[in-house]
Design a protein around this ligand. Structure first.
Ligand code: S3P
Length: 175
C-alpha cells in the first residue's frame, strides 16, 4: 500500500489518484471514507462531535484500509501525526510525503471553508504553525517528494515513480 501523507493542499488526493491510475491499482481517500462512515462531511463532524471524535474515526478507517489490496491511499493531513497510525503505515505500507511550503499550500486551501483547522481568524498563520509543527514528523515518511505550485500532478507522479523504482517498491506494489 502506497500511502500519501502531508499537509492540506499538498495534493495527496489528486496526485494519489493519478498515481493509482498510472500504476493501474485502486485508489482510496481516507477522509472520504470517514465522511462515508459518518454520513456527513468533515466540517460537520468537527462541529457536531469535535476533533477527537474525528481522530478516532480516522484511526479506525486507516487501520481498516491499510490491510486492503496493494493500492494507493491518501490520508488526511493530521493522520501521520498519530504514532499508532504511523506505526501501522510503517508496518503495512510505504509512505510518501508530499512536501510543500506555505506559499504553495496557502492559495490551494484559502477561502474554501472545508478545512476545520483553518476556519479561524488567522488561517494563514495557523497553516504556517502546522508546517513548523508537522514537517519534522512527516519527514519520517519513507520518501519525500517536493510539491511546488508550478509542478503539474503528472510531473509529481513521475517524480514519485522514479523514487519508488530506486527503492525497488514498484514491482511489489503492482504485482
Ligand atoms: C486535517 C486535514 C484534512 C482533514 C481534516 C484535518 C489536518 O485533510 O483530514 O480537516 O489535521 O491536517 P486534507 O489534508 O486532505 O485536507
Amino acid at each position: 500500500m502506497l500511502v500519501l501523507v502531508g499537509l492540506m493542499g499538498a495534493g495527496k488526493s489528486s496526485v494519489g489518484k493519478r498515481l493509482s491510475e498510472y500504476l493501474n491499482v485502486g485508489f482510496i481517500d481516507a477522509d472520504q471514507e470517514i465522511e462515508k462512515a459518518a454520513g456527513m462531511n468533515i466540517v460537520e463532524i468537527f462541529e457536531k462531535f469535535g476533533e477527537n471524535y474525528f481522530r478516532s474515526g480516522e484511526k479506525k478507517v486507516i487501520n481498516r484500509l491499510i490491510l486492503s489490496e496493494p493500492q494507493v491511499l491518501s490520508t488526511g493531513g493530521g493522520a501521520f501525526m498519530c504514532k499508532e497510525i504511523r506505526e501501522v503505515i510503517k508496518r503495512y505500507g510505504f509512505s510518501i510525503w508530499l512536501k510543500a511550503d506555505l506559499e504553495t499550500l496557502w492559495p490551494r486551501v484559502s477561502g474554501k471553508g472545508n478545512r476545520p483547522l483553518l476556519n479561524n481568524k488567522y488561517p494563514k498563520q495557523e497553516l504556517e504553525n502546522l508546517i513548523i509543527e508537522r514537517d519534522p514528523i512527516y519527514k519520517k515518511a519513507n520518501i519525500t517528494i517536493e510539491s511546488k505550485a508550478n509542478i503539474s500532478h503528472l510531473a509529481m507522479v513521475d517524480k514519485i515513480i522514479q523514487k519508488l523504482k530506486k527503492h525497488n517498491i514498484l514491482t511489489r506494489t503492482t504485482q
